[in-house]
Ligand binder design. Structure first.
Ligand code: MD3
Ligand code: FE
Length: 203
């Protein structure tokens, strides 16, 4: 079912469930070519969340800043291609949320283990904020913080479960958001792990 949380944010409960096994097989293949790694923030900290990417552009971070790159800095090769079924899933989810015509050119893959968190931040490394972002949650559930347009705004919290897709854009595109430390547990398909895919129009 579709739940509109705010004018620009829509939660599609379980929309990715029928595709979960295929998504996981694809993630395994992508991670064989572009392994998960802990990026270093511009401030010199190692991120707790492990990341990789697929698509024409991949997200990266190093001492020079956050940005998108055509080349995986780990391998010196282009990022693995985005599976056609992934681009279709993201486009379908965006359309259901009211953002027709979304064609992702980047998919950031975040892997959380128990205790990992993602501090409050805005996604603003993309060229054009007119496009929404589509997020697919797999594995252990997470508690999200949905903030406002300023860091100081009060956050609402929201639980994201295996198979949920969240789409946010328009007036919500630049909201602060984060993930609280992942609770322990065992997921039948992923074990003690959560993986989040975020589809973006980065270039
Ligand atoms: C944005 N990832 O990779 S996506 C990121 O679960 C990132 O790995 C998180 O933030 C993750 O940049 C969260 C889901 C999300 C949820 C609600 C939002 C993003 C949001 C509300 C407003 C803006
Ligand atoms: Fe984000």
């Amino acid at each position: 079912c579709t739940e509109r949380l705010t004018p620009g944010t829509v939660l599609l409960h379980g929309m990715a469930l029928p595709l979960a096994a295929q998504l996981l097989a694809d993630i395994t293949a992508i991670a064989a070519a572009a392994p998960f790694r802990h990026m270093i923030t511009p401030g010199g900290y190692r991120m707790g969340v492990a990341t990789t990417s697929c698509g024409e552009l991949g997200w990266m971070s190093d001492q020079h800043g956050y940005r998108y790159s055509r080349i995986d800095p780990g391998s010196g090769q282009p990022w693995p291609a985005m599976p056609a079924s992934w681009r279709t899933l993201a486009g379908d989810a965006a359309a259901r949320a009211g953002f027709a015509g979304f064609v992702a050119d980047a998919c950031l893959i975040n892997r959380y283990e128990p205790g990992c968190k993602l501090s409050l931040h805005q996604d603003k490394d993309e060229r054009d904020f007119a496009a929404p972002i589509v997020s697919v949650s797999l594995g252990l559930p997470a508690v999200f913080q949905l903030g406002g347009l300023r860091r100081s705004a009060r956050c609402a919290t929201l639980q994201l479960r295996h198979g949920d897709i969240l789409v946010w854009g328009g007036p919500d595109r630049l909201r602060y958001h984060g993930v609280l430390p992942l609770a322990g547990g065992e997921h039948p398909l992923l074990g003690a792990c959560r993986i989040n895919l975020t589809f973006r129009r980065a270039g």
